[in-house]
Design a protein around this ligand. Structure first.
Ligand code: AFP
Length: 353
């Protein structure tokens, strides 16, 4: 090559796209962006890397076991739950962009910055009953924009918004590797942490829920507490009853589906997002409104599934259309490939049996 010739710009192949670059790219594409949202997401990413470092060393750092306290959900608080909550609170408060913070671990929403434009809702460590046995756990969050940040102080009403108003949501799965799946409304994208350099790199751009997965994910131990309609769906998905005609003339599909259930929403939802199929946590006679929390678990997951071309309902209605009445409201949650979710709904409505 002649020494004075300029080579053309090469696509980056050795070094991939970092999370920071991905977020910045989104900012440049958004009209009127001020950089505050980008900065907020970078703070979320910092908190996640701190939590990850402690999760990875929990057994060595004296972070296993319980604090001795009980949280607002009536559950015993694990040390890692409390630590993760503290990290997120600190980092978000310091960001200066957060008006209000709501956490599954806190009874009430916390005022962070009077002029902060955003509300962040999170479950700092989901699946914490799995911590002591080294099974996958995660962090889940959703971000809303306050209605009138310049005119009013942040209030509870800023948090009690339907999920369709979410401007970004994500989860982190602390599994064999640390995976961060996020959306700012332009598809769902997966990033993997390179632990040697502490940076997330884009590993799964534009995730799409595959058509027709092979698995269903549900706590079968609750079978006797389910309604007859849900029991019928359960028999159908396990291939115990013929699939019968589908509504709308869809092709009946092959069952049984295989069963996979971890008991950490992040792990079960992530597998469903990547491999397809269906995840269900229905209401039952013990948890009559469902077990999962609308604001910290169901809404962020529903947002991500819809961004990935999947569906999320409470059995009948779209999760993202539910108008929350309380911070810690619970809901049934069904996630997955649209046709699998539609079939579940048909059983619930008694349109199939
Ligand atoms: P923990 O955080 O108490 O482990 O609860 C996890 C969770 O909220 C969610 O991540 C799971 O999908 C669900 O509960 C599992 O509930 P079951 O143990 O009743 O199956």
């Amino acid at each position: 090559m002649a020494s004075d010739s300029l080579s053309s710009i090469r696509p980056a192949t050795v070094v991939g796209t970092t999370l920071r670059e991905h977020v910045l790219h989104g900012m440049h594409a958004a009209k009127g962006a001020t950089g505050e949202f980008t900065s907020l997401l970078n703070h979320v990413s910092l908190a996640i890397r701190i939590i990850n470092s402690r999760v990875r060393a929990a057994g060595l750092a004296g972070l296993l076991g319980y604090t001795g306290e009980t949280n607002v959900q009536g559950e015993r608080v694990q040390k890692l739950d409390a630590f993760s909550n503290e990290v997120l609170m600190n980092v978000l408060e310091r960001s200066g962009h957060c008006g209000l913070i709501a956490s599954e671990e806190l009874e009430e929403a916390q005022l962070a910055d009077h002029h902060g434009k955003y509300v962040v809702l999170f479950d700092p460590l989901d699946g914490s009953s799995n911590i002591d046995t080294n099974v996958g756990i995660g962090t889940i969050f959703a971000i809303l924009r306050r209605q009138e940040p310049k005119l009013s102080r942040p209030s509870l009403a800023d948090a009690l918004r339907p999920g369709r108003e979410i401007v970004a949501a994500g989860y982190v799965l602390y599994g064999p590797s640390t995976v961060f799946v996020m959306s700012t409304g332009q598809g769902a994208h997966g990033f993997t942490l390179d632990p040697m350099i502490g940076e997330f790199f884009l590993s799964q751009p534009d995730i799409r829920v595959p058509k027709r997965g092979m698995c269903f994910s549900v706590n079968e131990g609750n079978f006797s507490r389910w309604s007859p309609e849900i029991q019928k769906w359960s028999r159908f998905i396990k291939g115990e009853t013929p699939s019968g005609p589908n509504k709308d003339g869809r092709e009946p599909y092959e069952t049984p589906y295989g069963s996979r259930y971890v008991g950490s929403l992040v792990a079960d939802a992530h597998r469903t997002l990547i491999k397809g199929g269906i995840f269900a946590y229905p209401a039952d006679t013990k948890s009559t409104s469902g077990k999962l929390r609308l604001l910290y678990e169901a809404n962020p997951m529903a947002y991500l599934f819809e961004q990935a071309g999947g569906a999320a309902i409470d059995g009948r209605d779209r999760i993202l259309d539910i108008v929350p009445k309380a911070l810690h409201q619970r809901t049934p949650l069904i996630l997955g490939f649209v046709e699998d979710v539609a079939a579940y709904r048909e059983f619930v409505l008694g349109e199939r049996s």
